[in-house]
Every structure is written in C-alpha cells, then in structure tokens.
Design a protein around this ligand. Sequence first.
Ligand SMILES: Cc1cc2nc3c(=O)[nH]c(=O)nc-3n(C[C@H](O)[C@H](O)[C@H](O)COP(=O)(O)O)c2cc1C
Length: 202
Amino acid sequence: MTLETRREPAKTRQPVMELIARRWSPKAFGPEVPSGNELASMFEAGRWAPSCFNNQPWRYLVTTRNDPGAFSRALACLTEKNASWVRNAPLLAFQVMRETFEYNGKPNPWSGFDCGLAMAQLIIQAEFMGWSVHVMAGFSRDRVRETFGVPEGFKPLVAFVIGREGDPHSLPPHFMEEETAPRERKELEETVFSDSWGKSLF
Ligand SMILES: Cc1cc2nc3c(=O)[nH]c(=O)nc-3n(C[C@H](O)[C@H](O)[C@H](O)COP(=O)(O)O)c2cc1C
C-alpha cells in the first residue's frame, strides 16, 4: 500500500501518545490474517484491563478467513451494510459480556464499561503491532447467540474486525467517501466540566 492511502494521524489539540493519534477505524483491509501469537498478544493486552471486582466480564468469539465456514457464519450475523465491507476483512470477532458478578451472581452494571476498557487495550496493542481494529454495533445479538451457542447470562456486545489497513480504493464508492472524510471530535469544552455542569474546565 502506498503511503498516501494511509490516514494522517489525528490533529490533536494537545500532545498525545502517537498510537492514539494514529488509531482509526478503517473499512478497507488487506488479506493477511494475524498469527496465533499476534492475536494472543492483543487479547493478553485486553486481559490486563481493570474491571469492577476484577470480574473480567469479557469473552470473545473469533473467526478468520482460515476457516471460511466459521467466517461466513459470523458474517451472516452482521447488518447488510457492515457485511458489505467486512466480507473482505481477514478476521471477524465478537466481544461477549458476562452480565453478572461471579462472586454473588448479581447483575453487574459495570460489565459494559469493563468490556470497553478491555477492547481499548486490545485496540492499542493491535495498533502498536501494525494492525487495525474496527468495532461495530451493527449486528444481530440473537443471531450471534444462536450461531455460536452463547449461554444465558452472557450478552454479545460488539463485533470487531482486525486486519492490516488496506487500500480505500478497493471499497465501494460510498464507503470511499467516509473512509477519507476528515475525522472530527467534540471540543474538550463540550465534554469536560469543572464545578458545575456545562462549565468547561479548560
Ligand atoms: C460501540 C461502537 C459501535 C460501532 N458501530 C459501527 C458499525 O456498526 N459500523 C461501522 O462501520 N462503524 C462502527 N463503529 C465505528 C465508529 O463509527 C468510529 O469509531 C467513529 O466514527 C470514530 O471514528 P474512528 O474510530 O476512525 O476514530 C462503532 C464504534 C463503536 C465504538
């Protein structure tokens, strides 16, 4: 892939770690499948995330192109729009959340937060190793449950792709536009308050 097809790092207002500025969610991926060791490092990074009562509610279902049957069963769980670009990706996975605390069986309101932290660590580790991750909400939870035998008390939370960033020109034209559009974020003033709601810290 030529350099000019790669995205510029985010134009951050303050200095941040290069990995954070560089991370984004591509839709165009190359065919290379991460090795078992590389995948183990990514999931290891997620494994060491903090979690409420150290409950570690994250579970994963992982399919790759190396098993086309499993990959296409996973693909069939996605919305049509997501499936249309994910079909060319090398790996499709789901993060599944345990809904209760293991120590007392009661509902864990922080499970989603914990899973998000684990995914963030996984994503940054992947980025460090030259891989990109794209998380998706556009899939059928019930279909994941049925297809992969997810037990009661566990909830499919997000789907995600891992792969090498690919050439955006390989995407259908409507995605090409999204893929190359400027990346935007709310200003810190809109989200970080001091001693009263809406009063910016900065
Ligand atoms: C929980 C979650 C759900 C998402 N769902 C989808 C999705 O279904 N399809 C998609 O193309 N991108 C999806 N995204 C990616 C976001 O659109 C993307 O992260 C956001 O636009 C910011 O862009 P960036 O990740 O490139 O910085 C999702 C991201 C998250 C965290």
